[in-house]
Design a binder for this molecule. Structure first.
Ligand SMILES: Nc1ncnc2c1ncn2[C@@H]1O[C@H](COP(=O)(O)OP(=O)(O)OP(=O)(O)O)[C@@H](O)[C@H]1O
Ligand SMILES: [Mg+2]
Length: 405
């Protein structure tokens, strides 16, 4: 693991200096320390004390200075998407509607959105498998539209639906992918063995994929995307369809990659996953980023506590009225889970008030609680619906929420 390094922010405008590295006038470091978890330059980890020189003329370029000398120049943003628009079916379906996002080098961006939000479309554009109708995107500073071949050299992709061959064994799949990446036969075998070991699949190496569990399949698929040790990795819903154990195993594998300095863009429908893995979260819906920030920032944005009551179906209407009176805010009724909730600002007083009113009407709720905001609440507040709709069972293919204009 790379230890956190000390970085001092230097607010010079390098337009005066030029990015070639001639320091004139000399920038002076301010004493503003910033926390950087992993700092890399052109893929190499940095160690020690550094000045980070902000460059207003070229904001995408990060310059590290050590003991008065410019050490290295690297990208601030490993991934940038600007105003992407993508339509399908001759413009009838607007999958991306001006989507913009970026991922800082060495960090994890969680792209969180419900079915049909545009997650896979975004990943496919960034991974050069699809062209946008308009907009710009770059990966490692390389234009994905103008130079897709170069982008492919620096990225790994594990798609939403596993790309491995069912009839071949795990080992065969990995050696085949290695050969596709132009590794020699000997190097291919070595890499396949290493990856099977890393992903705890050595015992299953000689079995055909069709005998693998969902979790093993996803791990093998991820292994296949890591053959050339990409600096930037795209994972499209890496744990959808996995059971809780498979999900936690996958999280551990992903956390290991991140510790090694891989920049990661990960899509998910699971708020907990974004909470666990992502440094920053971009919430998308209807092909647009509707909010972004750390999990804590997003929770703060939604504000205080919520009153949540689960009641019998016949009582939901009256419960909603009571909650509305106590809250004064927007009441959300989820018929399926028979839950009524709304934001409150008066803490336990709101709870007591609600209990009294319920009792007066002879309604006995199944559950009543005051909850601090979760990412779920953030999602509801932002999109008006819950995130994990149509949660698929293992192996089941999800239904798509088609959006027609
Ligand atoms: N090849 C296609 N042809 C027509 N419509 C498409 C195609 N691919 C995606 N769409 C539509 O574009 C929208 C965005 O789809 P996308 O697959 O990017 O969403 P998603 O966020 O990945 O959803 P999910 O969580 O279900 O994987 C949806 O309305 C989808 O039905
Ligand atoms: Mg998808």
């Amino acid at each position: 693991m790379i230890n956190p390094i000390k970085v001092f922010e230097t607010p010079n405008d390098l337009a005066k200096i030029g990015i070639a590295g001639i320091m004139s006038p000399k920038p002076t470091a301010t004493r503003k320390e910033i926390e950087v978890k992993t700092a890399t330059s052109l893929g190499r980890p940095l160690k020690g004390e550094f000045n980070l020189i902000l460059n207003q003329a070229f904001p995408e370029v990060r310059i590290w200075q050590q003991r008065g000398k410019i050490t290295t120049i690297g990208q601030v943003k490993a991934v940038i998407a600007e105003n992407l628009i993508k339509t399908y079916d001759k413009g009838k379906i607007r999958a991306l509607d001006g989507l913009s996002l970026d991922v800082e080098e060495g960090t994890v961006l969680g792209v969180l959105g419900p079915n049909g939000a545009g997650k896979t479309t975004t990943v496919r554009i960034l991974a050069t498998l699809l062209s946008p109708d308009s907009g710009k995107a770059s990966v490692a500073g390389i234009d994905v539209i103008k130079d897709p071949g170069k982008v492919r050299e620096v990225i790994g992709l594990s798609g939403q639906y596993a790309a491995v061959d069912e009839t071949l064994t795990g080992w065969d799949n990995l050696t085949m992918f290695s050969r596709l990446y132009h590794l020699s036969p000997a190097a291919s075998k070595k890499r396949a063995d290493e990856l099977l070991e890393q992903f705890s699949l050595t015992d299953a190496a000689k079995r055909p994929i069709k005998t693998y569990s969902g979790g093993m399949r996803r791990r093998l698929d991820l292994a296949a995307s890591l053959i050339v040790k990409p600096k930037i990795l795209f994972l499209d819903e890496p744990t959808t369809g996995l059971d809780p154990r498979g999900r936690i195993e996958m999280w551990e594998v992903i956390q290991g990659l991140v510790k090694d300095g891989t920049t990661l863009l990960l899509t998910t429908q699971y708020l907990e996953e974004a909470d666990q893995l992502a440094d920053e979260i971009a919430v998308i819906d209807h092909g647009k980023v509707i909010a972004r920030g750390t999990s804590d920032q997003l929770k703060k944005e939604v504000g205080g506590e919520r009153l949540e009551i689960v009641a019998e179906a016949k009582d939901l209407k009256q419960v909603a009225e009571i909650v509305g009176k106590v809250s004064g805010g927007k009441v959300l009724v989820e018929e399926g889970s028979r839950q009524v909730s709304a934001p409150v600002t008066t803490g336990s007083r709101a709870l007591i008030e609600a209990v009294r009113s319920l009792d007066d009407l002879g309604i006995h709720p199944l559950d009543i609680a005051l909850k601090r905001p979760s990412l779920d609440d953030v999602f509801i507040a932002l999109t008006g619906h819950v995130a994990e709709e149509n949660k698929p069972e293992e192996g089941e293919v999800k239904s798509r929420r088609g959006r027609r204009k």
